[in-house]
Design a protein around this ligand. Structure first.
Ligand code: NDP
Length: 428
């Protein structure tokens, strides 16, 4: 019996493969599509990528790289998805991980055996037992639509941002984008630059629009382990001042003031939104009240006609292969209770990778989680008792509830440095 099964060969699955290989742990990795890269492979034939042709990552190339494999200096500071996929391919080839990955193979079922090992069943009906399973199937692929749906029926075209790939999809159309996360803003800006139809963003909370650049450097360079330790009120004050110095008040460009304090939402990064809004190419509306045919009525009782509504309303956390376990049926809430976001207290040999949404880059955190998992498997790191795990999960939950609005959007939120330090502590 091999020790480990890794489900998925995206950015976290491949770093898990490397961590296992480095520690001499035997493993298989199964990937639904025909190649590695997950969400970062544009038009991935696994059908799960939400990347669009124009997508550039919004964390800089230095902070997003794996610890021992820097991104090439000739890459732009905010690389395009084509750069990122090449980087992942080079990583897999450099560390010789490809032979352990079985492509075009979907894991359809994972069942715990009485001895705490797992039976993994593939879509070709083969089953194998493993001592451990690492779930790395990603959490940005199953579209979430508003629930309950807005009142009424839209007779134009409805799209979720997951299916937005090309600017042609919004050309010559009056477009309403729902939401103001990073998907919404990228799509609205792309539509606005075409100058072929009106572009409106409908948002119920708005967001603090953070530029990619500040004072000739990437904005995310400002975050560091020291600022992460400051009290939240001070972090908020510093960020408010910095945002003001960087771009003044966003309301002056036409982007509404958010109805919550800064740092209580996942950041929306854009160098372009304020400028395009200031030029009148993107307009803002509050939440949708009702839809009548092609007419959308907003909560301020204004109404407008649209050809297309794009719901950029986020994603569901879904594990299709764990359907027998109610603990992992979390689609509605995205609320999965895991110790350090990795281990369920009742399923200790099952690990979840990159099931986090960091303020910062995800790849280095997936890498360190994978190293921790390897240490647990090798017996070099001990996991606490069930009671201690439950206590820690509850404490983390309470902290998060204090800071973020209770929506499915923020259940996986972590601070990059605080979280990294907590996993490093576990490893010791
Ligand atoms: N360039 C890059 O690197 C990109 C990165 N990403 C990342 O992908 C992830 C997903 O981002 P994204 O797709 O934007 O999704 P998000 O979950 O981040 O944002 C969803 C948006 O939809 C709104 N929303 C959700 N439900 C409703 C509802 N029922 N009614 C009205 N509004 C609603 C939310 O508002 P509210 O806050 O009020 O709930 C929020 O503005 C994020 O981690 C993001 O950073 C995405 C695109 C580009």
């Amino acid at each position: 019996m091999k020790q480990v099964c890794i489900i998925g060969a995206g950015s976290s699955g491949i770093t898990a493969a490397k961590a296992m290989k480095e520690q001499g742990i035997s493993f298989d990795c199964f990937e639904k599509g025909s190649d590695i890269g997950g969400v970062w492979r544009f038009n991935n034939d696994n059908g799960l990528s939400s990347a669009y042709r124009s997508l550039h990552i919004n964390t800089n190339r230095v902070v997003m790289a794996y610890s021992d494999f820097p991104m090439p200096d000739e890459y732009p500071m905010f690389p395009h998805h084509s750069h990122i996929i090449t980087y992942f391919e080079n990583y897999v080839d450099h560390f010789k991980l490809r032979d352990n990955i079985t492509f075009n193979t979907t894991v359809v079922d994972v069942v715990q055996n009485p001895d705490n090992t797992y039976k993994v069943t593939l879509d070709n009906r083969q089953s194998f037992d493993y001592q451990y399973v690492i779930v790395a199937n990603g959490h940005h692929w199953n579209p979430r639509f508003p629930n309950p749906a807005f009142k009424g029926q839209f007779t134009g075209e409805i799209l979720h941002s997951h299916y937005y790939k090309e600017a042609e999809q919004v050309q010559n159309k009056d477009v309403l984008v729902v939401g103001i996360g990073n998907s919404a803003v990228d799509i609205a800006c792309e539509a606005a630059r075409l100058h072929t139809g009106k572009v409106v963003i409908s948002t119920r909370s708005s967001a603090y629009i953070t530029p990619n650049w500040i004072w000739s450097m990437p904005f995310d360079n400002l975050a560091n382990p020291l600022t992460a330790k400051l009290p939240l009120w001070l972090q908020r004050t510093l960020l408010n001042v910095t945002l003001w110095l960087a771009r003044g008040r966003q309301e002056d460009y036409g982007v509404p003031k958010p109805n919550r304090p800064v740092l209580s939402e996942h950041p929306t990064l854009s160098q372009d939104l304020l400028n395009l809004t200031g030029r009148g190419l993107i307009k803002f509306k509050p939440n949708i009240k009702e839809i009548r045919g092609k007419t959308v009525v907003f909560e301020d009782d204004t109404e407008q006609d649209f050809d297309t509504i794009i719901y950029a309303t986020g994603y569901k956390v879904t594990f299709p292969f764990l359907k027998h376990y109610p603990a992992f049926d979390v689609e509605e809430s995205n609320d999965i209770r895991l110790y350090k976001k990795v281990i369920h207290p009742d399923y200790k040999n099952l690990f979840f990778l990159a099931l986090i949404q960091p303020l910062g880059a995800i790849m280095p955190l997936a890498e360190i989680q994978a190293k921790w998992i390897a240490k647990i498997i090798k017996g070099e790191s001990k996991i606490p008792s069930k009671d201690m795990m439950l206590k820690s999960i509850e404490e983390d939950k309470q902290k998060m509830m204090k800071r973020y609005k209770q929506t499915p959007r923020h259940t996986l939120q972590v601070d990059f440095f605080t979280y990294k330090e907590s996993i490093e502590k576990e490893m010791k």
